[in-house]
Structures are given as structure tokens and as C-alpha cells.
Design a protein around this ligand. Structure first.
Ligand code: GLN
Ligand code: ZN
Length: 759
């Protein structure tokens, strides 16, 4: 019989109970005991739900107190030196200390989990003694068994992935760290084996990336050792987010099962099955339900896919599963009472995906398929009605885009010439100063927006409030002495949501939260139909701000790639096309701003790099059309209109070519995280367009001193041409307080004056 399984379930709870519990505990509003009890309640509730769904293999230890990589690291005593840890179970205090920082020790670095929007805490392997501090998977297994009679499937991050994602060691020492970790993993597995665990899922997502010889040898060593020392447990070696890179080596490992992604990695994995087959003694975990998107599946298509996959194995050796953990999708569509019926019917979040998996498993297990004819028919009808819905297509948009992208999209005047024109027209001094866009979103601003949303405030009242904020901040910016002003983005909740709400093609869920990092959840907009410009989105506020001052006010937009990467997107169109649709809509906004007399327009693209495909061979194509989308957005303006972009932090040396091709007149980037490196990359590469290096870190409430910023400026000017140099903070200031923002910007202007006096 074919089994059903998922790789992990969301932790946050249908109403974000998990988030609330964590935050209450951190705030001291929940004692440790009550906190632990609440987490247990949430965990058991999830398990009961999965049990009731009829799922065969229920994951345990996928739950976490913050992050599963941090769980794995602390389970093995991997605690950064600065936390003065000396063995034994890691206390909650230390655990959250690593996650969030303490007054004495900075937090562990947080970084993106592959190409998802989930972030994990990077383990640090400097001076740590690897030891088993507690067997978390065992505790999770026993809890599920005792409380609910579930024979769970413990989920553990594998040793190769753990070490590869860690830092603080030399790459050439990888195998040494593997050697230290394998014995403690063996201990964990032996205890699981003794407790009666049948299947354990070991996650090795790094297997979808290219491994070197050393890493491959370690992989071999790890799984051979497990096979020898824990012979009576079944290991399902799980991969996800793409197709397996070294397929032949992976399927030859002495494990009992291998999990493959047939959503993101479908093409590659099917090709490998075709070419190399699949070992008949192993179980094949077929990840056919996409754990990364929110769309319901065509069961008919999935049955066909399963029928194809099963030809490489047998019904008995097949497990129907999600392509990755369901951590990356919201909990349930049931709460979505405000959505259009057609759209709501097309969605599947975690609970609905579990049902799809269970249903598909029933279908493939039943000798009499005809028994499911109605189920399949109903599903197909719903699926097709959404796929072919006229509401989702805008022919004029598609035609216009096809036409524009068939020709080269370039600004007609070369940079040097247009930059001269711009600076002359704008009358900017040497080293122009500016900010990245947002000013403090105080409690007052948020409250005003809420009142307006709840319709307690009229549109006029809200507009008046926003105008008053703009008045205040234009006056403040003039007083501070900034050269290029901004309106402050007070009307925006979020840089993506704001535009999504004003463009056609977007929908917003009520409760579609997913975990981004720790207790922080995001609710990405849903792009379900062709995107189109409806009316000007930013012109009114920008124009109003410009009317208050003789200094130039910079218009502020979020770029197409960032909007796309921070949304859930439809899966019936290539991402490239969605990017062009967004770009074409934003292009109309850029033109509207220019028409309204705005001479500087910034298009933020902080998320370009994070959308980079995992497969190296696909990266160039992605970057190509990302650049094209940016140029589509900005390329139609007059030479005298200055285009800025802001990319937050970016590894400049890797991106220099891409940034250059985007052809913005000025780019601002964050430097505080790696100032030295960044300056170095300018010594090696040449960049000749306008560039604003963030001279202070906006993530900290500390007011930077003039002297510190002067040093940053001097260092940069040693390698950069003064003519193209701009001075600005690292990023937007919306999370900062008013007083500290004013003080910091005053110091920044002072540091600029010092620099000007020298040149
Ligand atoms: N313009 C945006 C702001 O200032 C940019 C935010 C970002 O880079 N993430 O808030
Ligand atoms: Zn930024």
C-alpha cells in the first residue's frame, strides 16, 4: 500500500497562537511553565488534526521554539562562545539569547533558508564541544505516542546540511566537523530505534546543490555509519526545493528511502528517474504536492504524475507527500471569508494540502479508480474554472507587454550625459545627501491608519493626518539640511502591500500568515490574475510634498522583482511574465510621477538577490529578465529625470554587472554589515554610476557620531570618484524613533560638510 506523508507542518497555529505565546513569554507576561504548557497544547492540537486527517506518516520534531536549525545546533551543544555555555541541556534563556541577542551578547546571524522567505539562525562552530545535550526528536516522538497514540516520524536536519549551513570554521575542515557530529547523531538514532521508531526523516536539502568531492565523501561516510550503527531504523533521506544534483550517488546511499521534490524539482527529478531508474529496495517519497505555493492541485494531473512515478518503483514502495515542509504556507483557507468564491476555491494552504495528499493516496491505493470519478470530476471542474477564468486575463496588458519586450529597452542617452543634465537641472551640491524613503512610523501613524481602515476616520481626516506628517517632515528635512527630500511613506503599511492594494490582479488574505523568522510572520499578497495599473498610486503624496519645498522631492516605488518575490504568485504563468506585468504597471506610475514634475524617482529592489534560483545554470536567465523588468519600469523617462534604486544589503561584487545593466543613475546600498568588503570590491571592480553608500546602520537605536560617519566617507572616497558619491543612511527609517532619527541625520549632514570642505 502507498502511504501518505508530509515533511512538516506550520508551527504558528491557525490564529498565530504560537507567535503570541513566544512574545508573551519574552515580555515576561507568561511564566516558563505556562509557556511550555501552551506550546505543548498547540503542538498536540496540530498532531490531533493530522491524525484525524488520516495521514499515515505524521511528522514530529518539526515543531520548534523558534527555528529548527537552532534546535538542532543547541541539541548538539553548538552554542556560540559568547554565551558562556558549559554543557548540559541548553536553557530557554540561552536558546532565546542566541536567537534574539542579550544585553551582553549579540544574537546569532540570521539568514535565508535556501530560496524561501524563512530565515534560520546560523550555527557557529568556533570552539564548541559537540555533545548530545538532549534528544529532542525522541521527546517529540514519545509525547505524540503517549498523548495521542501516534507512531510519529521524527524529522531531523541531517549532518551535512547542518555543517554546510554553519559558519565559523574553515571549509577544508568540513569532514572534521562531520566526524564530530556523526557519533551524536548515532546516539540520537539509536535511542529512537530503541523507542520503536519505524521511520525517521533526515533532511538534507543541500543535496539539491552541487557538492564537491570532500562533501560527497562525507555524505557517504555519514549514511554508511548510520546503516552500520543503527541498522533497525528506516531512514528516509529527504531532499527538497529542487531536483537532486548528484542523483546517482544519492540513490546508492545505504538508506531505506529517498524523498524527492516533484514540484520545484519535477523536471530534473523525472529526468533522473528516467535516466538512472530508482533502486527497487528503497522507498520513494514522491513530493508531488507543492509546499511552496498556495494553489490547490488538479488531482487528475497529480494522479497521472503518480502513475508515471510508480513505473520506476512499486505501489508498496511509494509515499505520497508534500514537496517540502508545509512551514512555507499558511494554515488553513477556512478562515478566508472575504475572498471571492472562485479564488477561495482555488486555494490550498497546509490543511487543504494534507487533504489532497490523503485523497491522492486513497485513489492510488484503490483498485477501483472509478469509485473516485466524482471526486476527480468535481476537483477538475473547480480547477479548470479558475485556470480559464476570464477575470484573470487582460489581453490588452499582454499585448502591450509582448510589444515592448520584443524591442531593446534602453534609455537613449548614455549615463554620463544624462547625469550631467540631471545634476545641472537639480542644482545638487557635491556629495548630495538623501534618505532611503521612510520616516518613523510612530504608534500615532499606525493608529491613524487603523482608524481609517476601520472607517472610524473619513478619507479626508486620514488625508489631513498624512499631510500633516508630510508637512512636519519636509520642514524637518529642510532644517536638517538634506539635499534630496522624501515624503516619508506615512501612508504605507508595507512596501509591497501598499502597491498590491492599488494594482489590479492582487488579493489579500485575512489570515494567510507564514513564519518569516522567529515569531515574525508575514502575510504575502496573492497575485492571482494579470497585474495592471489602475490609477496613480503615489503621485498625490509626492506632489504634495514637492509643493512644500524648493528642494527636489524623490518619488518612491517598490520594484517589480521585489513585489513578486514577496508575494504568493500564480503558477500558471512563468515568473518572468509576472515580473513584466508588474514592471509595465509600475512604468505607468513612473511616467505619472514624471508628468507631475517629480525629477527624481527611486525604485527599490531589495529582493532581487533572494529570488536567485538554486541551480547555478538558471541564475543568469533570472538575472537577465530581472534587469529587463527594472528597465521596463524605469526606461521611458526623460534623460533629465534621475532614476535611483535601493537594494538594501547586497553582495556588491557578485552583482556589479547586474546593477550596471539595471542602468539606474544612482544606487544606494547598505554597508554597515560589511563595510570593509564593500570598499574592497570597489578597488577591484569599477562602478561609474551614482552610488550612495549607507554611512550608518539604521537597525540600531544608537545615534552615530559625526566622526564615525566621516571615517566611512573618507574610506569610500579613497576608492570612489567624488563626482558620483551620495551620502545616505543604510535603509529606510520607519522603525526608528523621531528624536534619534533627527539627531543621526544632523550628524550625517555635518559629516558631509566636513567632506565637502576637503574636496
Ligand atoms: N523605501 C523603503 C523605505 O525606506 C525601502 C525599504 C527597504 O529597503 N526594505 O522604507
Ligand atoms: Zn533597505
Amino acid at each position: 500500500m502507498t502511504k501518505s506523508s508530509i515533511l512538516g507542518y506550520p508551527r504558528i497555529g491557525a490564529n498565530r497562537e504560537w507567535k503570541k505565546a513566544l512574545e508573551a513569554y519574552w515580555a515576561g507576561k507568561l511564566e516558563e511553565e505556562a509557556f511550555t504548557a501552551e506550546l505543548k497544547r498547540i503542538r498536540l492540537e496540530h498532531l490531533s488534526k493530522l491524525q484525524a486527517s488520516g495521514l499515515d506518516w505524521i511528522p514530529v520534531n518539526d515543531f520548534s521554539l523558534y527555528d529548527h536549525i537552532l534546535d538542532t545546533a543547541t541539541m548538539f551543544g553548538i552554542v556560540p562562545e559568547r554565551f558562556a555555555y558549559n554543557g548540559g541541556p541548553v536553557s530557554l534563556q540561552t536558546y532565546y539569547g542566541i536567537a534574539r541577542g542579550t544585553t551582553d551578547a549579540t544574537a546569532g546571524e540570521m539568514t535565508k533558508w535556501f530560496n524561501t522567505n524563512y530565515h534560520y539562525i546560523v550555527p557557529e562552530l568556533t570552539n564548541v564541544t559537540v555533545q548530545l545535550t538532549e534528544n529532542k526528536p525522541l521527546a517529540a516522538y514519545e509525547e505524540a505516542k503517549q498523548e495521542l497514540g501516534i507512531n510519529g516520524k521524527p524529522v531531523i536536519v541531517g549532518p551535512l546540511t547542518l555543517v554546510k549551513l554553519a559558519k565559523g570554521y574553515h571549509k577544508s575542515d568540513l569532514s572534521q566537523w562531520i566526524n564530530k557530529l556523526v557519533p551524536v547523531y548515532v546516539e540520537v538514532l539509536q535511542q529512537l530505534q530503541a523507542a520503536g521508531v519505524e521511520w525517521v526523516q533526515i533532511d538534507e536539502p543541500v543535496l539539491v546543490t552541487k557538492l564537491n568531492e570532500d562533501e560527497l565523501a562525507s555524505l557517504q561516510y555519514i549514511y554508511e555509519t548510520f546503516a552500520k550503527q543503527v541498522p533497525n531504523i528506516n531512514i528516509l533521506l529527504q531532499t527538497y526545493f529542487e531536483s537532486v544534483e548528484q542523483y546517482e550517488q544519492v540513490i546508492a546511499l545505504p538508506v531505506q528511502g529517498i524523498g524527492l521534490d516533484f514540484a520545484q524539482g519535477s523536471e530534473g527529478n523525472l529526468a533522473s528517474l528516467q535516466r538512472f531508474g530508482f533502486p527497487s529496495d528503497k522507498v520513494l517519497g514522491a513530493g508531488i504536492i507543492d509546499g511552496r505555493n498556495i494553489w490547490g492541485a488538479s488531482l487528475t494531473e497529480k494522479v497521472a504524475l503518480l502513475d508515471k512515478i510508480v513505473t520506476f518503483t512499486s505501489n508498496e514502495k511509494l509515499v505520497v507527500q508534500s514537496s517540502c515542509s508545509l512551514l512555507h504556507v499558511p494554515v488553513t483557507v477556512q478562515a478566508e471569508t472575504n475572498l471571492d468564491e472562485e479564488l477561495k476555491n482555488a486555494l490550498a494552504f497546509a490543511d487543504e494540502k494534507v487533504n489532497e495528499i490523503v485523497t491522492l493516496t486513497k485513489i492510488v491505493n484503490n483498485a477501483n479508480r472509478a469509485a473516485f470519478a466524482t471526486t476527480l470530476q468535481e476537483n477538475e471542474l473547480r480547477y479548470q474554472s479558475f485556470q480559464t477564468s476570464a477575470n484573470r486575463r487582460k489581453e490588452e496588458v499582454r499585448a502591450a507587454i509582448t510589444k515592448i519586450v520584443s524591442e531593446p529597452i534602453v534609455r537613449n542617452t548614455p549615463f554620463v550625459k544624462r547625469y550631467e543634465q540631471q545634476q545641472a537641472h537639480l542644482q545638487l551640491p557635491l556629495f548630495p545627501t538623501t534618505t532611503i524613503g521612510s520616516f518613523p512610523q510612530t504608534a500615532e501613524v499606525r493608529k491613524a491608519r487603523l482608524q481609517w481602515r476601520k472607517q472610524e476616520w473619513s478619507n479626508e481626516q486620514y488625508e489631513q493626518f498624512i499631510h500633516a506628517e508630510i508637512d512636519k517632515w519636509i520642514a524637518l528635512q529642510e532644517e536638517i539640511g538634506l539635499d534630496v527630500l522624501v515624503h516619508g511613506e506615512f501612508e504605507r503599511t508595507d512596501m509591497v502591500e501598499f502597491f498590491g492594494e492599488k494594482l489590479a490582479g492582487f488579493a489579500f488574505t485575512k489570515n494567510g500568515w507564514v513564519q518569516s523568522y522567529g515569531s515574525r510572520c508575514v502575510k504575502p499578497p496573492v497575485i492571482y490574475a494579470d497585474v495592471a495599473f489602475e490609477e496613480a498610486m503615489t503621485v498625490a503624496e509626492t506632489k504634495y510634498a514637492q509643493s512644500l519645498t524648493s528642494k527636489p522631492v524623490k518619488g518612491m516605488l517598490t520594484g517589480p522583482i521585489t513585489i513578486m518575490n514577496w508575494s504568493f504568485v500564480r503558477d500558471d504563468l512563468p515568473r518572468e511574465q509576472i515580473a513584466y506585468q508588474l514592471a509595465y504597471a509600475l512604468r505607468q506610475e513612473v511616467e505619472a510621477l514624471e508628468q507631475a514634475g517629480i525629477a527624481i524617482i527611486q525604485v527599490d529592489e531589495p529582493a532581487v538577490r533572494e529570488g536567485l534560483p538554486l541551480k547555478e545554470e538558471e541564475q543568469a536567465t533570472y538575472l537577465d529578465w530581472s534587469v529587463k523588468a527594472f528597465r521596463l519600469t524605469t526606461g521611458s523617462v526623460q534623460p533629465s529625470t534621475q532614476i535611483h534604486t535601493h537594494m538594501c544589503y547586497c553582495e556588491f561584487h557578485d552583482m556589479i554587472d547586474v546593477i550596471d545593466k539595471m542602468d539606474a543613475d544612482v544606487i544606494s546600498i547598505e554597508t554597515s554589515r560589511s563595510h570593509g568588503e564593500l570598499i574592497h570590491s570597489f578597488e577591484v571592480d569599477t562602478y561609474s554610476k551614482g552610488i550612495g553608500l549607507g554611512v550608518y546602520d539604521i537597525h540600531s537605536p544608537r545615534v552615530p557620531q559625526t566622526e564615525e560617519m566621516s571615517q566611512m566617507i573618507d574610506r569610500a572616497l579613497r576608492v570612489l570618484d567624488p563626482k558620483i558619491f551620495w551620502i545616505n543612511p543604510d535603509c529606510g527609517l520607519k522603525t526608528r524613533g523621531q528624536a534619534e532619527t533627527i539627531a543621526a541625520l544632523k550628524n550625517m549632514v555635518e559629516a558631509t560638510e566636513v567632506a565637502r570642505a576637503r574636496y
